[in-house]
Design a protein around this ligand. Structure first.
Ligand code: ATP
Ligand code: MG
Length: 414
């Protein structure tokens, strides 16, 4: 920390960098200008600056300012103050756009932190320099100043951006202890940007990994989905496994090589533009242990039990709604039924079940990974698309009309 702290600030004038206002969203510019006109500092901060300098489209734009949330609230009629841990202002445009504006903050000094840190409200306002140093990585601590269009670099982020390095601001073990989710974020940015982790990060993760078990499960659930939205879930979880982090991140997953291959395949699928959804992530994560638990002659009731068993602990731990768990379970059961081949009784009814397309997507993922069942996959795909001729129904033996037994199970695939 001290080494970086002694770095002189670098200010790169507009003529010496490529970040142009034209790349910034119009409403973000409106906020920046309005703050500036009213005498406040107004910076574009965080991932927006990083991504624009890398020539990538930013996911969102965040703004930092020295105006307090109350001052901002007065300045923007279309705003609201949100958050307890971090008080921020959301400025709303129309129904869909919401831009986050945060007052510069600093790391609280020891006396300011109460004994139970979890309930500490981290609203200690600070200078822009202090705000840069409380951020996670140097490449995430760059500011774009709207008053003169310069880039301000307190932590050496520009050099790391050029060299492709993820470097923690300060001592990695300490910063990971402060917020264990940063360990996951380090792996995420490394995978998303194709950057190397600085040499001191992996040992610090190995040392602090168990702390992740105490992080909020809601936050981890969101970060996990974020990995898959960014198409790096497989890569990051595999690396987390190597560094001993996975067992604290997703404790119920006994991941094997096949699991990582499947998750990477899922990322490739997302890269083609198909949206990611949580049931698909869950079903892919737990497909391997589920497959190993089932044998092809198993009754569907048993299969249902195994699918449930694989998902239940995870869903309870992360408070995942029953509806999402249900969809993931039906995908696993559909997968099982698809692997058994064509021509079973009740096939037409099975094909009409609303869960079959999602289950088929899971089956496709597995076929792509394993190279197995290519013909069967094509055959099911055609059947579902209604491309094949109706198969002759099995002839019933002459005799009195059959009576159906009443259904014992709920209207699931079983
Ligand atoms: P993206 O939005 O593209 O995923 P980002 O860097 O903008 O990446 P956000 O989660 O939007 O990530 O956070 C915005 C900024 O807030 C980060 O760039 C970083 O400076 C800071 N930040 C976020 N999470 C942390 C954290 N856990 N510890 C310290 N700083 C953080
Ligand atoms: Mg962001």
């Amino acid at each position: 920390m001290s080494e970086l702290n002694n770095l002189p600030v670098r200010v790169i004038p507009r003529s010496e960098h490529d970040l142009s206002r034209q790349q910034i969203d119009e409403n973000t510019l409106k906020i920046l200008y309005r703050l500036h006109r009213h005498g406040y500092k107004a910076y574009l901060v965080g991932g927006g600056v990083r991504d624009l300098l890398l020539g990538r489209p930013p996911k969102d734009f965040d703004i930092g300012t020295d105006a307090t949330p109350e001052q901002m609230y007065k300045l923007f009629r279309n705003s609201r103050i949100v958050g307890r841990r971090f008080r921020l202002v959301h400025v709303l445009f129309g129904r869909n756009e919401c831009i986050e504006v945060a007052t510069f903050r600093r790391k609280p000094v020891e006396e300011e932190v109460p004994d139970d840190e979890r309930f500490f409200c981290e609203n200690v306002f600070g200078t822009p320099r202090e705000d840069a140093f409380r951020r996670d990585f140097t490449i995430n601590a760059l500011f774009y100043d709207i008053s003169d269009f310069s880039i301000i670099d307190y932590t050496g982020g520009l050099d790391d951006l050029r060299r492709g390095i993820i470097r923690v601001i300060g001592d990695p073990a300490e910063r990971f202890a402060e917020d264990p989710v940063r360990m996951l974020r380090a792996l995420e940015f490394s995978a998303r940007l194709g950057f190397e982790l600085h040499a001191d990060i992996a040992p610090a993760i190995e040392q602090q990994a168990p702390l992740l078990a105490e992080a909020s499960s809601a936050r981890i659930r969101e970060e996990l989905l974020e990995l898959f939205r960014h198409k790096v879930g497989g890569k990051v979880l595999q690396r987390a496994d190597k560094l001993g982090l996975l067992q604290y991140l997703v404790p119920d997953l006994q991941a094997q090589r096949e699991s990582f291959d499947l998750l990477r395949q899922l990322d490739l699928r997302t890269a083609t533009g198909i949206d990611i959804n949580e049931p698909m992530v869950l079903a892919t994560m737990y497909l391997t242990p589920f497959r190993h638990a089932c044998s092809s002659d198993m009754a569907l009731g048993e299969v249902h039990k195994f699918a449930n068993r694989e998902l239940a602990r995870h869903c309870r731990r992360f408070s995942i709604a029953a509806g999402i768990r249900h969809q993931a379970r039906e995908m696993l059961i559909t997968f099982f039924r698809l692997t058994r081949g064509r021509g079973r009784r009740g096939e037409q009814r099975f094909l009409r079940h609303p869960c079959v397309p999602a289950g088929l997507a899971l089956f496709r993922l597995w076929c792509e990974c394993s190279g197995e069942h290519q013909e069967l996959l094509q055959s099911w795909t055609d059947a579902l698309a209604g491309k094949e001729e109706q198969r002759p129904r099995p002839q019933r033996k002459p005799g009195p009309p059959r009576r159906r037994r009443p259904r014992k199970t709920p209207p699931s695939l079983v």
